[in-house]
Design a protein around this ligand. Structure first.
Ligand SMILES: *Cc1c(COP(=O)(O)O)cnc(C)c1O
Length: 400
C-alpha cells in the first residue's frame, strides 16, 4: 500500500510504512523479536556485509518492525532518513555526536531541554567540544556568536518549559553562511505543526516518547536528516549500539496513527485552559505561542500551522503552601515529568536554575501544563476547584 508523498499529512500518518500483503493482509506490521538474522547462502552473507546493503542483517541494525516505524516518520517529515533510537535524549546525543569532533564549538539555545545542556557540559566537553549558550530570541544575531570552529547551532522551538519561538529561517541562513549545521528539537510541534526541513534545517530530533507514542508508556526517539547526513547518522547509531525494543517500536507506530486527531484536540483544549488562566488575578502571565500577544505569537503564526497542548503559567509570588494546595488536590492534572500522552499534567520548573545566557526574573513559580484528551469542562472544573483551594490557603496561611 504505497502512500502518496503528495497527499495530506493526516493521510500519510494513516498509511505510511504499511505493507499488509507482505504479511497475510494483516494491517499492522508484525513485531519481529530479532538478534540473529540468517542468510541462506554464503553469497547472500557476503552481500549483506557490503556498505549500503538494504536488507536486514542483525537485530541492532534494523528489522522490518523498526523500518516500518522509520518509514512512517520519513513520510511524515518528507525526509530521506529517519533513525529510531531508544529515547528522545538518545536522539539529541546522536545528532550532536554525529555533527561534532574534538576542537569544535556548538551554540545551544538557553531554552533547551535541561538534559541537552548536561550532554554538552558533561560529555561533549570531555571530548573537546566547547559550548556557548545563546538567547533563544537572538534570530539573525546568531551570526555574531558563530566562530570558525562552530559546527552546530542547536535550536529547540518553542522551548519545552519557557516556550520561546525561535526565528528558525534567520538562524539557518546565518549558520549556513558560516558552514555550521542547524539541529532542531521539534518535540513540541511535531511534523504535524512544523516541518523544519521546509526551512532547510540539517537535522531534526524528536522525543517520540511524547506525542508520537502518545500514551505515556514508551521511551523512544527519532533523528531525521537528508540523504547526505541521514545514512551517516544511521551508521553512527549502529556503531553506538543504539537500538529500540520491538514492542516499543510497535507501540510508537500504533500511537503515531492517531497523532493528528490527538494534537488537534489537545491544541483546542490547551487554548481553552490557557485563556482561563489569563483571567486569573494570581497569574502573572501565560506563555502560549498561539495566544495573541504572546512574545512568540508573530513567529509562531508565520512558521507553524498549529500548537500542541503544552504551555506554561507564571504565577505571581505566592506562598508555597498555596501552590501546594492547588497542585496536591487536582483530580485530573497529574504531577509528573514528560508530556504528549493522552492525559493532563502539571509540573513546576524553575528556569532560573539552569539559564546562563539570559536572565529569568519572574518572581513567582512557573507551572507547566499539558492538556490531555479529557472533556475541557472537567479540566476547567478541576482548575476552578484548585484555585479555590489556592486562595483559601493563601488567605489563611497559618492553617497550612
Ligand atoms: C522529553 C524531551 C526530550 C527527551 O525525550 P526522552 O524520550 O524523555 O529522552 C527531549 N526534548 C524535549 C523537548 C523533551 O520534552
Amino acid at each position: 500500500m504505497a502512500e502518496d508523498s503528495k497527499s495530506g499529512i493526516a493521510t500519510r500518518i494513516t498509511h505510511a510504512g504499511l505493507d499488509p500483503h507482505a504479511n497475510h493482509g494483516v494491517v499492522n506490521p508484525p513485531v519481529y523479536h530479532a538478534s540473529t538474522i540468517l542468510k541462506p547462502t554464503l553469497a547472500e552473507w557476503n552481500e549483506s556485509s557490503k556498505p549500503g546493503y538494504e536488507g536486514y542483517s542483525y537485530g541492532r541494525s534494523g528489522t522490518p518492525t523498526s523500518r516500518a516505524f522509520e518509514k512512517a516518520i520519513e513520510s511524515l517529515y518528507q525526509c530521506h532518513t529517519a533513525v529510531a533510537v531508544p529515547s528522545g535524549l538518545a536522539a539529541i546525543t546522536l545528532a550532536m555526536l554525529g555533527l561534532t569532533k574534538a576542537g569544535d564549538h556548538v551554540l545551544v539555545t538557553d531554552s533547551a531541554y535541561a538534559p541537552t545542556r548536561r550532554l554538552c557540559n558533561q560529555i561533549l566537553a570531555r571530548y573537546g567540544v566547547s559550548v556557548t549558550y545563546y538567547d533563544p530570541l537572538i534570530g539573525a544575531g546568531i551570526s555574531e556568536l558563530i566562530q570558525d570552529n562552530t559546527s552546530v547551532v542547536f535550536t529547540e522551538s518553542p522551548g519545552s518549559i519557557t516556550l520561546e519561538v525561535q526565528d528558525i529561517p534567520a538562524i539557518v541562513a546565518a549558520a549556513h553562511a558560516r558552514g555550521a549545521k542547524v539541529v532542531i528539537d521539534n518535540t513540541w510541534a511535531t511534523a504535524v505543526y512544523f516541518n523544519p526541513f521546509v526551512h532547510d534545517i540539517d537535522v531534526v530530533v524528536e522525543a517520540a516518547t511524547k506525542y508520537i507514542s502518545g500514551h505515556s508508556d514508551v521511551m523512544i526517539g527519532v533523528v531525521m536528516a537528508g540523504k547526505l547526513l541521514g545514512p551517516q547518522l544511521r551508521s553512527l547509531s549502529n556503531n553506538l549500539g543504539y537500538c529500540c525494543g520491538p514492542d516499543d517500536l510497535y507501540l510508537a507506530l500504533r500511537g503515531l496513527r492517531t497523532i493528528s486527531v490527538r494534537l488537534a484536540r489537545q491544541q483546542e483544549t490547551g487554548l481553552v485552559l490557557a485563556r482561563w488562566f489569563q483571567e486569573q488575578p494570581e497569574v502573572a502571565r501565560v506563555i502560549h505561542p498561539a495566544l495573541p500577544g504572546d512574545a512568540g505569537h508573530t513567529l509562531w503564526q508565520r512558521d507553524f500551522c498549529g500548537a500542541s497542548g503544552l504551555f506554561s503559567v507564571v504565577f505571581k509570588a505566592l506562598p508555597e503552601s498555596a501552590l501546594a494546595a492547588l497542585v496536591d488536590g487536582f483530580q485530573y492534572f497529574g504531577l509528573g515529568a514528560s508530556w504528549g500522552g493522552y492525559e493532563s499534567l502539571v509540573m513546576p520548573n524553575d528556569p532560573r536554575k539552569i539559564r546562563t545566557a539570559t536572565i529569568w526574573d519572574e518572581p513567582g513559580t512557573l507551572l507547566r501544563f499539558h492538556a490531555g484528551l479529557e472533556e475541557p469542562a472537567d479540566l476547567l472544573a478541576d482548575l476552578e476547584a484548585g484555585f479555590a483551594r489556592l486562595r483559601a490557603a493563601r488567605d489563611s496561611p497559618r492553617d497550612h
